[in-house]
Design a protein around this ligand. Structure first.
Ligand SMILES: *Cc1c(COP(=O)(O)O)cnc(C)c1O
Length: 358
């Protein structure tokens, strides 16, 4: 039976990416060596790194002045490293608290300067993205989490501000075109939309670096990773390779435009069923609904059926649909590689459940 993996992360990748990745572990490009035993300074791996970086440049249409690097440590490390690299000691940075990950980013940033939380939806359990707030013009940057993986909300557009945006795009990178004019820094853990766990993509406007006086340890210093083309030390070779394969797949399948169209089609399909089906309801403000993570619950009257629904999902090959403990109910995570057919399977199960239980 085909398994439809709606897990929030690590997430699905295209079957051909898994195949090629498996082949590279056994015998990389007919070298007789596994990629796992190969020098990270070999010409073969150097080509992988260069292709990965050039695909990032091409797919995101990075203007001059932006640099892309692959580092390790996950997006959570960047909660600290972004302000460490960008926020002067007595400087100020603006943050918006739209979910668990944003909250963590704020906590980490406080060690590096004055953090102005311009708005928060925490008191509403993050069911919406705050709209009316102003960002101080003397802030070094404005940090946002573009897609709130846990709660299922997403910024429909990057906010307009007079200061550069620092964006945690871990769960929606490569799923729509970003206006790079607004961006100072993007970071994204690979394991949702880009590849397997183990590497994090950073895209940074280089002229924003070097403005802080604090000592930055080499491994935490973006400038060093840029200068060393992501190979200052041994980089996460395999996660970078698989990310590169996936970026090739994105390109081959029409690039960001096509990924966006796919995400619109998937999310419209699931949300229209959530809205139509009397057993279910969405958990977030309609205008802020995420195209990547659809959160929904059973209506009051049917709440005792939660385990039944999880069971029928399981029997239909639907995996990873249980909601995060802080929201409850269900979460359908639909990252770039997910086919519309898988969403159709979930919708059919919801319809069938209504017929039998409604
Ligand atoms: C998953 C996630 C993170 C954490 O990523 P790690 O790589 O596990 O540190 C951060 N931000 C967002 C938006 C996420 O979805």
């Amino acid at each position: 039976m085909k398994i439809h993996n709606f897990s929030a992360g690590p997430s699905i990748l295209a079957p051909e990416v898994f195949q090629e990745a498996a082949q590279a572990v056994v015998n990389f490009q007919d070298t007789g060596l596994s990629l796992l035993e190969m020098s990270h300074r070999s010409k073969e791996f150097d080509a992988v790194l260069n292709e990965a970086i050039s695909l990032v440049n091409e797919l995101l249409e990075l203007p001059d002045g932006f640099k892309a690097i692959f580092v390790s440590g996950g997006a959570s490390t960047q909660f600290a490293l972004a302000p460490m690299n960008l926020l002067p000691q007595n400087g100020k940075a603006a943050y918006i608290n739209t979910g668990t990950w944003a909250d963590k980013a704020i906590k980490e940033a406080k060690a590096f300067g004055n953090i102005d939380v311009v708005a928060s939806s925490k008191e509403d359990n993050y069911t919406h993205i705050p709209k009316n707030y102003s960002v101080p013009s003397d802030a070094a940057f404005f940090h946002i989490t573009s897609n709130n993986t846990v709660f299922g909300t997403q910024f429909r557009n990057m906010p307009e501000t007079s200061v550069p945006l620092v964006v945690d795009m871990s769960s929606d990178i490569f799923s729509y075109k970003v206006d790079m004019e607004k961006i100072g820094l993007i970071y994204a853990g690979a394991q949702k939309n880009m590849g397997p766990a183990g590497t994090t993509l950073i895209v940074v406007r280089e002229d924003l670096l070097g403005k802080v006086d604090r000592h930055i340890p080499s491994m935490f210093d973006y400038r060093i990773h840029i200068k060393k083309n992501s190979a200052y030390n041994t980089p996460p070779v395999f996660p970078i390779y698989v990310s590169m394969l996936n970026l090739r797949w994105v390109k081959k399948n029409g690039g960001i435009k096509a990924m966006e169209a796919r995400s619109i089609a998937r999310s419209e399909m699931i949300y229209s069923e959530v809205d139509r089906n009397p057993l279910f309801r969405g958990t977030t403000a309609v205008e802020d609904r995420s195209r990547m993570n659809a959160t929904f619950v059973l209506n009051e009257k049917y709440q005792s059926l939660e385990n039944d629904f999880l069971e029928v999902c399981k029997n239909a090959g639907i995996s990873g649909i249980k909601g995060h403990r802080s929201v409850g109910g269900f979460r359908a995570s639909m990252y770039n590689a997910m086919e519309l057919d898988s969403v159709q399977v979930l919708v059919d199960v919801m319809k069938d459940f209504e017929e039998r239980k409604g």
